[in-house]
Write a protein that binds this ligand. Structure first.
Ligand code: ATP
Length: 444
């Protein structure tokens, strides 16, 4: 993980937030390449979940909802972690994670293992961030920053059913920020307090729920494989009955082998009719499906839920590679071209040569109209290639002496380092074709 954190910082993907003020635990700011990578993750998810489907529509609900939403959903009462305080070292630990935590005074021991440890009983701590709406700061004005985007979808079920004229099975997809006051955040972006969720609630006739649950586990698993994550580093883990939420009749985590071990990348749950029933009861608005023939039922919900942050880390970990080429070490991010922040670099071999610069800038202007590409004339060509390798740019077009004679350029492949020559006029078509090709990582 240290190598990923250091590359992210060195190349301007991610910075610790509020750094000049000493930071704020586990919050991060995204630099240029981080923004581009996040944009790609977001749009590839949207493409698969909405654009390419007839049965799913998009939604963007508010972050601050009527607090009654969180009472109905159960979050006010039960969205809690059990916490234990140590009266000696004053640190706070998750009761279910004592074995992974370190004692504040003797980090080689776990809390409770030294004679001086003085632990309290476990107490429930709500993970929602509280705020106040309006001018008054009293009980009546308490509101919460949403801890998940899903509830915004459930409360709009009726709107979508009527206005988008849908009938089950159909889904509503949403991407947006969620907030949780995590007690033990960490492991870089893996567990942060502010993250961007991508959730889809798929409403189905109850009798079909199991089938759709299995369908979405496979769909989501295959999406990761399609975008180049090694299948050997992914697995599906079905929760046992004890581990599941009380309303869930099935939950499967798609796990990735992060440097911290196998951990949840995405969760797929069969939530039954719990959410729609809760909101029907608390709001008095019937959230059910009524067919033309009078058939009437509360749909079951299948939910695939993930954060951009967990995908971001999985992609960087999976793509990170080091190798020695011609006795020089290089670090390369082997990202799927569709995911890569920058699709191609355009490099004049000799930056002082005005003709090369002119040709390179011409090609850059042509390609940037359609793609995120980068022009770079700073420093030796080897250094420029290495910079592009580290940000995962799959292709580099180099303008050299020969270009001035015959209008051809070299294209260098990030993974194989193979070079071939192309007519400059054909570069755009070549790039577009190359970006569409299936890609598999050469990493073992
Ligand atoms: P965990 O058990 O890891 O806390 P969870 O089961 O509480 O996660 P869900 O409530 O199912 O997570 O949230 C859905 C998805 O949102 C998770 O699969 C994960 O991708 C993402 N997610 C949840 N909490 C965080 C967080 N603190 N930071 C980044 N991503 C998160």
């Amino acid at each position: 993980m240290d190598k990923i954190v250091s590359l992210s910082r060195r190349r301007g993907f991610v910075f610790p937030s509020s750094e000049i003020y000493g930071g704020l635990g586990s919050t991060y700011d995204y630099g240029h390449y981080g923004v581009l990578l996040k944009n790609n993750i977001r749009s590839l998810w949207f493409e698969a979940m909405v654009q390419e489907r007839d049965d799913i529509v998009a939604l963007d609900s508010a972050i601050i909802l009527n607090p009654k939403v969180w009472e109905a959903s159960g979050h006010v009462a039960t969205f809690t972690d059990p916490l234990i305080d140590c009266r000696t070292c004053k640190l706070r630990f998750r009761a279910d994670q004592l074995e992974q935590s370190s004692c504040g005074r003797k980090p080689s021991k776990h809390p409770g293992e030294t004679p001086d440890c003085d632990l309290t009983e476990a107490r429930q701590f709500n993970l929602m961030f509280e705020t106040h709406v309006g001018a008054l700061e009293d009980e009546s004005s308490i509101a919460y920053l949403r801890p998940e985007t899903a509830q915004g979808i459930f409360i709009n079920f009726k709107n979508v059913l009527q206005l988008a004229r849908r009938k089950p099975p159909f889904g509503i997809a949403q991407i947006g920020k969620s907030f949780r006051n995590e007690i033990t955040p960490g492991n870089f972006l893996f567990r942060v307090r502010e993250f961007e969720q991508m959730e889809m609630e798929y409403f189905v006739p109850p009798a079909e729920a199991e089938r759709w649950y299995r369908y979405w586990i496979d769909e989501r698993f295959n999406w990761y494989v399609k975008y180049g994550i090694r299948e050997s580093q992914l697995r599906k883990r079905e929760h046992s009955a004890e581990e599941r939420s009380h309303y869930s009749s099935g939950t499967t985590d798609i796990e990735y082998l992060y440097p911290i071990g196998w951990s949840e990348l995405e969760g797929v749950a069969n939530r039954g009719d719990f959410d729609l029933r809760q909101h029907t009861e608390h709001s008095g608005t019937k959230l059910e499906f009524v067919g033309d023939d009078g058939e009437r039922y509360t749909p079951y919900v299948i939910e695939p839920a993930v954060s951009i942050e967990r995908i971001f880390v999985a992609l960087l970990v999976d793509g990170y590679d080091e190798e020695v080429v011609a006795e020089r070490e290089r670090t390369v991010l082997r990202l799927h071209p569709a995911v890569a922040p920058v699709k191609a670099a355009i490099l004049p071999l000799i930056p002082r040569n005005a003709d090369m610069v002119e040709k390179a800038r011409g090609l850059y202007d042509e390609l940037r109209r359609r793609h995120i590409v980068e022009y770079d004339d700073g420093g030796q060509i080897g250094r420029r290639y290495r910079r592009q390798d580290e940000i995962g740019t799959p292709f580099a077009f180099t303008i050299d002496d020969q270009t001035l004679d015959d209008d051809t350029v070299t294209v260098r492949d990030r993974d194989s380092l193979a070079q071939e020559r192309l007519p400059i006029a054909g570069v755009r078509a070549w790039l577009e074709e190359a970006l569409e090709r299936p890609w598999r990582t050469p990493k073992a």
